[in-house]
Design a protein around this ligand. Structure first.
Ligand code: 6R9
Length: 660
């Protein structure tokens, strides 16, 4: 990465916070200074934003790295912090969730309602024999019961493992078996793309191979016919009949809160383990600081699914612990029409929107006329997460969703980090389009070279985290060795074997520091290409392509090449109005190759560009470059079970046959 081209990412635009937001921001520049002066005291103060049953004795125990303990000796209940304390403070009538189903049905759930529902679910789970430390798998659509199920587990100290509703029976089986879950919470189905999409049959198939499962709790959502067995219980016949009284017991700060499996593109999924006190501290603080949440006035909407970490930290635990009102939406952005998201923003007066670059690029492809047709004037802050956001997508988001003036927080973090780590602060940072900017207060991120040396400004390398942080993963469930091997053995003590060296967390992402020291994420390190001895990041070439007015979205891979080692092969989705037929298409491809060469230098000129209608994505919206590499190298397609739409691959492969 040190050889990254000198003229890459010469983005110079910078947007200071709107004066009004800066003047009233929850967090000011002082937070950086305070955290720099005393990092542990800073995190103690953030832990103090929560309600603890017992104060901790020690902020962090890092005596047996890389195994951390935070707020040692402290006790708290996560559900109490998300619900009871707001109700006790007289805010029970405040709306917690404006829920909208895909078919257009809706529910308004106050904090008092959510509290009652959670108490009932906690009692019902207890009746089914679930006790603290047991694991419960949750496989639900985006309905309020998903949040209730998670909070009920937290309330009784059961460890939840949410599995995204789009995963297959086999993926679900693996995850249930790995965690030896005792109960599965599911639904008959949910609505997707205008029709019911069944879940229960998948659970039946999975559970047949999971002897640990004693009970299956089923929410009725679609009303479709389902198979039934002795271990099945309807939610409305158990949970909704249970007592609404339940006293939350405090749990140890290090009590396991949840396991969440990261898919990984190749290897066996890793069960990322998060615990109670440190996780909630950082999820809650970052939601407060980065979204500038004002519980009295904001209506917040995160478009992620609860099956991903973003849904855990920024639909359930972060927003609810802050007592804010939020929107939760069940379905897809283009059902029944492509303006659905903007219609929802207008209907509920959404003030803060948190979404993913893949969504923004899809909206770009559909054209700016669509958001222009809706009233988006309630919005005051925009967020992005999940992938690097290309500068052009950032500008489009600001221009066409943010009316040319709203701040954008590009938040870098991972399932493993539990909460945001690198992001602008909306009232402080003058953000640059495409940069996550700087580590949040209390976080020490750095970019290092192959030897683990911090790179100077202008240099590129690997993103690392130098100090433990409260919401860090504690281990990989059942596999401490893999935890050490994956995250702690590339740099620092885990690499040198010298216990005098510091332990350094390897994030697996490439990154660069610009001349001002701001951080730019460059994608997973596996996605870096080596072309004629130059390291070139897929993200940079993709951003160059997307900066061309005819391109909405692009994916770039390095394909084996006899002369250059690897050659750049690009897949580009044209914008709605671009002419791509016959000769016009050939001309566009030639223009694009030249455009990249002009933007980044001749070394980055793609060998080949294909115009495609879609790109293969994981279900969480990340581009699957591994599959595109197979197409580019004419290999047979690998495992496509986690693809959003596997027919995309056939379309792309047939486009390849056309020789473009
Ligand atoms: C929260 C989440 C983690 C990986 C991470 C990185 C990519 C996430 C990003 C970003 C650039 C951002 N990523 N946010 N890359 N800029 N703002 O997505 O967790 O699903 O575990 O993925 O996503 O590559 O390492 P997870």
């Amino acid at each position: 990465m040190s050889e990254a081209l000198a003229n890459l990412l010469n983005e110079t635009r910078q947007f200071p916070p709107p004066a009004e937001l800066a003047a009233g921001a929850n967090v000011t520049a002082d937070a950086y200074a305070e955290a720099d002066a005393d990092r542990l005291a800073f995190w103690e103060r953030q832990a103090g934003r929560l309600s603890w049953a017992k104060q901790w004795d020690q902020v962090v125990d890092w005596s047996t790295p890389p195994f951390a303990k935070w707020f040692v000796g402290g006790q708290l209940n996560v559900a109490y912090n998300c619900l009871d304390r707001h109700v006790e403070a007289g805010r029970g009538d405040k709306v917690a969730i404006h829920w909208e189903g895909e078919p257009g049905d809706s529910r308004t759930i106050t904090y008092a309602d959510l509290h009652r529902m959670t108490c009932q679910a906690a009692n019902a789970l207890t009746d089914l024999g679930v006790t603290a430390g047991d694991r419960v798998a949750i496989y639900l659509p985006m309905i309020p019961e998903a949040a209730v199920a998670m909070l009920a587990c937290a309330r009784i100290g059961a460890t939840h493992s949410v599995v995204f509703g789009g995963f297959s029976a086999e993926s679900l089986t693996n995850r249930i078996q790995d965690a030896t879950a005792k109960v599965v919470i599911t639904a008959d189905g949910g609505y997707r793309r205008g029709k019911p999409s069944a879940l229960k049959p998948t659970v039946d198939e999975a559970v047949a191979n999971c002897p640990s499962v004693e009970h299956v709790l089923v929410v009725r959502r679609t009303g479709e016919e389902v198979g039934w067995s002795a271990r099945d219980h309807w939610w409305h016949e158990t949970v909704e009949q249970a007592s609404t009284e339940h006293a939350a017991q405090p749990f140890d700060a290090e009590h396991p809160l949840f396991i969440l499996y990261t898919s990984g593109t190749t290897a066996r999924p890793k069960g990322i383990l998060h615990t109670t006190g440190g996780y909630l501290t950082q999820a809650s603080y970052t939601a407060h600081a980065v979204f500038d949440l004002k519980p009295e006035t904001d209506v917040y909407w995160c478009t992620a699914d609860i099956g991903w970490v973003t849904g855990h930290s920024y639909i359930v635990y972060g927003p609810l612990s802050n007592g804010v009102t939020q929107v939760m939406y069940e379905g897809t952005p283009d059902t029944p029409h492509k303006g659905r998201f903007w219609e929802i923003v207008g209907r509920y007066g959404v003030t803060i929107l948190y979404t993913a670059p893949t969504l923004i690029r899809t909206m770009m492809k559909w054209g700016e006329d669509i958001p222009a047709g809706y009233d988006l004037s309630s919005l005051r802050l925009l967020g992005s997460v999940g992938e690097p956001i290309n500068p052009e997508a950032w500008m489009w988001y600001r221009q066409h969703v943010g009316g040319g003036e709203l701040p954008i927080v590009d938040t870098w973090w991972q399932t493993e980090t539990g909460a945001m780590m690198i992001s602008p602060l909306p009232g402080v940072t003058a953000a640059k389009p495409g940069s996550a900017m700087a580590p949040l207060p209390g976080v020490s991120a750095d970019v290092v070279d192959d030897q683990g040396q911090s790179v100077p400004n202008g240099g590129g390398g690997y993103l690392v985290l130098r100090e433990p942080w409260p919401s860090m993963l504690r281990t990989i469930w059942g596999d401490d060795n893999r935890f050490i091997e994956t995250y702690w053995s590339r740099f620092g003590a885990g690499a040198t074997g010298d216990s005098g060296d510091p332990w350094i967390y390897f994030a697996g992402d490439g990154a660069k520091k610009d001349d001002d020291g701001h951080i730019w994420l460059l994608g997973r390190v596996d996605d870096v290409m080596l072309v004629s001895g130059h390291n070139i990041s897929t993200t940079e070439v993709e951003s160059a392509l997307v900066s061309h007015p005819s391109v909405a979205e692009a994916a770039v891979v390095g394909a084996t090449d006899p002369t250059t080692g690897q050659a750049i092969v690009a897949f580009a989705i044209p914008r709605g109005n671009a002419d791509t037929s016959g000769e016009a298409g050939e001309q566009l491809i030639a223009d694009l190759r030249n455009h990249v060469a002009r933007t980044l230098g001749p070394i980055a000129k793609p060998r080949q560009i294909m115009l495609v209608p879609e790109l293969p994505k994981t279900r969480s919206g990340k581009i699957m470059r591994r599959l595109l590499r197979d197409v580019a190298e004419n290999r047979s397609l690998g495992d496509v079970t986690t693809l959003q739409d596997s027919s995309v691959m056939e379309l792309i492969a047939s486009g390849m046959g056309g020789g473009k």
